[in-house]
Design a protein around this ligand. Structure first.
Ligand code: LMR
Length: 396
């Protein structure tokens, strides 16, 4: 059966973990995968999560099957975060939310459902985008193309190019948009630009699919939901995938959600029934633990306040690492302007390092980054930042 099977390439992001783990150098640094580490280089277990976990352990609840779409307490908590608790869409019952296995799982449920809904549609992702977007939508059977997004010269968004791309798309096309903290570039749209994108999606009859994996990592919970709120106010129907991997530091628990904004409550019930079929035939129903922790934290005023403070702490530390890296690169004698790193938002910086320079960082220094030049600032700390800056200076 397997004689002709070819070796698949390593995953461009998670494959770096495999290589990093096999590296025996004590000074190695993993700036590849998007994971937040604290100043001691550890993935934090948030105090709010720990408290919820201890309460659960004490209560020792049974482990029956969950509803196919996940528990209402979790899905409602997700909706309040994304759409705002006073959202008219929520009050009208127009939004379908299902628990999913992380943001990736949410994207895949959405992609599989869209394939049933509109099999001939084309999917557009930003140029560049998260490596897995293309692979994921292609594996759902779609043809995937790019829309203009990043401008390497300004290190910002090529907004004229993006608008031209949106205008050229056929009605019914699916547009994957990064709701905040663009991965990999860190270059986000302004509020005014989001308003224009909403208008263009409306005028072109496009199907927006917002991917929000980093809510709270740019400015704050509500500020980072600006795109979701702008689409919500437009009357458009759209998809939104969200994740608690980063903002709850629950990576391996695979906690995310897919939300679909429909035209009315009746439509929402029909859409939910179809999405449940997609889930049932994939993994039946979601696991309990991670979602239960998130629901417990978000429904307790004390734990929620604790979480918001911890989230702000992670956000501030990443910002400090951005400034610190720019200063340290300068101190290492580099004259090239790296101040753009401070303007980028979220976990990542698109450094402009070439694939060859990234390779040299790995081979000479044990510093791992994505071959596109993307580094994860959240893996820097006060101990390794100087080493990384010196290494960057050397490969430059
Ligand atoms: C990343 O981009 O590094 C993260 O979103 C992790 C992943 O699943 O790729």
């Amino acid at each position: 059966i397997f004689a002709a099977v070819e070796m698949a390439p390593r995953d461009p992001i998670l494959g770096l973990n495999e290589a990093f783990n096999a590296d025996t150098r004590a000074t190695k640094v993993n700036l590849g995968v998007g994971v937040y580490f604290d100043d001691n280089g550890k993935i934090p277990l948030l105090a709010a999560v720990k408290a919820a976990e201890e309460a659960r352990l004490k209560a020792a609840p049974p482990r029956g099957y969950q509803p196919i779409e996940g528990p209402a307490a979790y899905n409602n908590a997700v909706q309040n975060l994304l759409f705002g608790k006073d959202s008219a869409l929520l009050a009208n019952g127009q939004v379908v939310t299902v628990e999913a296995l992380g943001g990736t799982g949410a994207l895949k449920i959405g992609a599989d459902y869209l394939k049933r809904l509109n099999p001939a549609a084309k999917v557009y992702i930003s140029d560049p985008s998260w490596e897995n977007h293309r692979a994921l939508f292609e594996s759902a059977g779609f043809v995937v193309d790019n829309y203009a997004y990043y401008d390497g010269a300004t290190r910002g968004v090529n907004f004229d190019g993006m608008k031209a791309s949106l205008k050229a798309m056929a009605p019914g096309s699916i547009v994957v948009l990064h709701a905040c903290c663009h991965n990999p570039t860190g270059a986000d749209l302004s509020d005014a630009q989001w308003a224009e994108v909403v208008e263009l999606c409306q005028a072109g009859g496009l199907v927006p699919f917002l991917d929000m994996a980093y809510q709270g990592f740019a400015e704050g919970i509500d500020a980072d939901a600006v795109a979701v709120r702008a689409f919500s106010a437009s009357g458009l129907q759209f998809f939104a995938s969200s994740s608690f991997s980063k903002n709850f530091s629950l990576y391996g628990e695979r906690v995310g959600a897919l939300s679909i904004v429909t035209a009315n409550k009746d439509e929402a019930a029909r859409v939910l029934s179809q999405v449940k079929r997609v889930i049932r035939t994939n993994y039946s129903n979601p696991p309990i633990h991670g979602g239960a922790l998130v629901a417990a934290v978000l429904s307790s005023p004390e734990l929620r306040a604790m979480w918001e403070e911890e989230l702000a702490g992670m956000r501030d530390r990443i910002r400090a690492m951005r400034t610190g890296l720019v200063d340290a690169i300068k101190a290492a004698g580099v004259t090239q302007d790296f101040s753009f790193v401070v303007k980028q938002r979220g976990m990542f910086s698109y450094t402009g390092l070439s694939a060859a320079q990234v390779e040299q960082l790995k081979s000479d220094f044990g510093i791992y980054a994505v071959s596109t030049g993307r580094i994860c600032l959240a893996a820097l700390n006060t101990k390794n930042i100087g080493y990384v800056a010196d290494a960057i200076a050397k490969v430059l």
